[in-house]
Design a protein around this ligand. Sequence first.
Ligand code: MEV
Length: 405
Amino acid sequence: MTDSVTSRIPGFYKKSLRERLARLVETGRLSPESIAFLEAGGGLPADVADRMSENVVGCYGLPMGIALNFRVNNRDVLVPMSVEEPSVVAAASNAARLVRMTGGFTGKASASIMTTQIQFDAVPEPAQATARVEAIRERIFAAGDASIPGMVRRGGGCRDLDVRVLDAAEGVLVVHLYVDVGDAMGANVVDTVAEAVAPLVHAEIGGEIGLRILSNLPLRRTVKVTCEVMADAVGGAKVADGIAKASRFAELDPFRAVTHNKGIMNGVDAVALATGQDWRSLEAGAHAFASRDGQYRPLATWRRTELGVRGELEMPMAVGTVGGSTRVHQGVRAAFELMDLERAGDLGVVIAAAGLASNLAALKALAGEGIQEGHMRLHARKAEVAEKTEAEEAPRRALGEGKAP
Ligand code: MEV
């Protein structure tokens, strides 16, 4: 990590796109390649796009913005967000500004333990399978580790396992292997492990080997983030009461909880996308986690405190700072340069903080003036800024400067 850079840049939204970029360049964090990439308006060269996916015919762009004011575990963080929905970046920045008045977000990530599954069908004695698998657990770990030597060298590897009998009559059971994947997201790593150890388990319990694939519900890889805001900061005691009541509503009603969680995922997905994460996996994990006790519940809850209101968010967080094909994307590299973090757990905490900030912004608006008022204000403000920027940049464009084709 380099020296700290403030995430508090008043009036950032009023500047033109070029001025904002110049302000980011001043942080000294952006590489020449990232600056050139952003100056050209972002996007992806056709040959890189072609390597990232299949049947490529072009590129699909999304704005990349920076959510400001974030302070996470006593460190300022510039939070890159890619999202098409207007107001997500502004809402997160506003909420983060209120949270920083009381010190910012505090969060902790668990170890990076991914879960991988090996399915078995028609196992002859499923009741005995658990003991049989347990008896060779060290051999299973050794075979799993041997299939991922690079990860083991970096300190990762197999840590634990368990067996779940899903249907005793039909002999359907699943072996879960828990693998420390360090700073990687880890999907490929754990898929490799599952395929490598399946024959060994099969030799012990019989039946037929089925699927060998990660679970997108990594219950041992989670983050927890909290924050407290002053009642005055959210608009007074009545709004603080309203936020706590809105939380209660979501705790009681799945119909509301899903919308509450969608607001959280506005922030989570936007940072995940900007940093090249598998956001579908985060989505799948988040919603399964939200319903893990049988009722769909809010991922974040809010309680009234003497000071104001305190929020807490917990969710699975399978994200990585290394590996994956996404680092070929210069926008992802720029995002990581700006965030200046290396550990997957630190990235997970920032992503969750963005989720909690988005949730606070939504509940504050809903418990106060209503959501439309803020949206309309923001649209008006954006139209005003766009007009100003258009007027300023028109002469430059006439001279052939500005966005690349
Ligand atoms: C809109 O994208 C998100 C909200 O619906 C979230 C919520 O209702 O809490 C405003």
